[in-house]
Design a binder for this molecule. Structure first.
Ligand code: ATP
Ligand code: MG
Ligand code: ZN
Length: 424
């Protein structure tokens, strides 16, 4: 039997299997139940989040003839939010052979002639199904004249015709079109939801994976379920029946949470030497240093969020174990210090990414940040300033007036250090 890639094998067949797009499925489901279905839809959002999948499910929902075992012949059950997946319409749409549901690829179908031909067929009623449905994918590839040809049909479509457009680049769709169709914005899928789906697919496939492995794949997918499934394919081809975090990190050339956490902890405690050791291990494993830097920046952001937010779980998008680590480390650090670390790292990040020697650039950045001077609390500074004023005596303090001396003005941006130095 030929191997079907996981993304296709696990393409959701019903709205309820679609992960992370509840706002879309709820609105569509309600519209179908209440019989208020628009005549044209636009599904937009980044790659691999369920646009094409939803277009096919919607086509089934509109045309499903009802479970053949439960629906008496000659009875039309009408559109349903839960297509049966057994009737001829459902089966043929899934196979792409339904005469009345045409899937068109915007990339190869961008001329006005094709659209005209399509329009010639529009007045004729569907041959078997309830609706004639045109699914036009990747519509950002359509030419202006092709859109113009669509425009007229979208204005006054016959009741038996529905259009479903899908694209990653909604800004390329003309406004005149946008104002005539119902738009659905598909969201990036959270890492936790991606992780849950990965676990489900792995369990169905009979493959074991530890938490770290799942978490790395989910993180690398960056919100795209298709990317998650493709990474899984790649890893299963490599590792077979069981996936371990360390191996996954090595194969994908990224750092595991534990390693990133180790660097963050060394930064917080000011241990530059430890930072260098961890970077050396990463480099020896051949890991991609700019990628590590990006993940580290995200972790430093998470530390600030964990420190400041009342409800960090909602904002962190991390598996429970990792979120607990982040919260623990954040609790040991000072908010301003964490902010300083993030800001300092963000400023040096571009150098690491652009550098011809990213390893050295990252090392020096980490050492520099580890050597940051300790923060002096503001009340301590005010107290010392008071002492200084008293020592200088009343007269001089008055003469200086409210205007700061040029030097003091220059030192203000540099934090507490210069003041501290002069005080000694
Ligand atoms: N929301 C989702 N829930 C579950 N699986 C999903 C979801 N989105 C995508 N997938 C998985 O990814 C595969 C590709 O999804 P789909 O073709 O719908 O993406 P798309 O949004 O159309 O992407 P593109 O913009 O690249 O065309 C599906 O077959 C399915 O395995
Ligand atoms: Mg698609
Ligand atoms: Zn059906």
């Amino acid at each position: 039997m030929s191997y079907l890639v996981l993304a296709r094998k696990w393409r959701p067949m019903r709205f309820e299997d679609l992960v992370g797009q509840d706002h879309v499925t709820r609105t569509l489901g309600n519209a179908i139940k209440s019989g208020r279905v628009a005549h044209a839809f636009l599904f937009t959002g980044v790659r691999g989040v369920g646009k094409t999948t939803s277009a096919r499910i919607l086509a089934k929902a509109l045309n499903c003839m009802g479970d053949p075992e439960l629906t008496p012949p000659g009875v039309d059950p009408g559109p349903t939010a839960t297509p049966c997946l057994k009737c001829r319409a459902c089966l043929e749409i899934a196979q792409g052979t339904d005469m009345d549901v045409r899937e068109i690829d915007g990339a190869s179908y961008n001329g006005v002639d094709e659209v005209r031909k399509l329009q010639d067929s529009i007045p004729y009623r569907p041959s078997r199904d309830r609706f004639k449905i045109f699914v036009v994918d990747e519509v950002h590839m359509l030419s202006q004249s092709a859109w113009n040809a669509f425009l007229k049909t979208l204005e006054e479509p016959p009741p038996h015709v529905k259009f479903i457009f899908a694209t990653t680049e909604v800004h390329k769709v003309p406004v005149t079109i946008l104002s005539r169709i119902q738009r659905f914005d598909f969201k990036l899928i959270s890492a936790q939801m991606v992780a849950e789906r990965i676990r489900y697919v792995l369990s169905q496939e009979g493959i074991e994976a530890d938490d770290s492995a799942v978490s790395i794949i989910a993180r690398e997918a960056a919100g795209s379920m298709r990317d998650a499934m493709s990474l899984l394919d790649q890893l299963i081809a490599w590792g077979g029946e069981s996936l371990r975090g360390e191996d996954v990190a090595r194969v994908l050339g990224v750092a595991s949470h534990a390693v990133l956490y180790e660097i963050a902890r060394a930064l917080v405690t000011g241990d530059g030497g430890r930072c260098l050791e961890v970077v050396s291990d990463l480099a020896n494993l051949g890991q991609d240093i700019p990628h590590v830097a990006r993940d580290l920046l995200a972790l430093l952001r998470d530390l600030v969020v964990a420190k400041v937010s009342q409800d960090p779980a909602r904002l962190l998008d991390l598996p429970d174990g990792e979120a607990a680590d982040v919260k623990r480390l954040a609790s040991e650090a000072d908010t301003d210090d964490l902010l300083r670390l993030h800001q300092g790292f963000a400023q040096g990040f571009d150098d690491v990414v652009r550098s011809g020697q990213p390893r050295a650039a990252l090392e020096m950045l980490l050492v520099r940040l580890s050597r940051r001077p300790a923060l002096v609390p503001i009340d301590l500074l005010v107290q010392r300033l008071g002492q200084l004023e008293r020592r200088l005596g009343g007269n001089q303090a008055h003469a200086a007036g409210p205007r700061p001396a040029p030097n003091a003005g220059g030192a203000a941006g540099g934090g507490g250090q210069p003041m501290q130095a002069r005080n000694r």
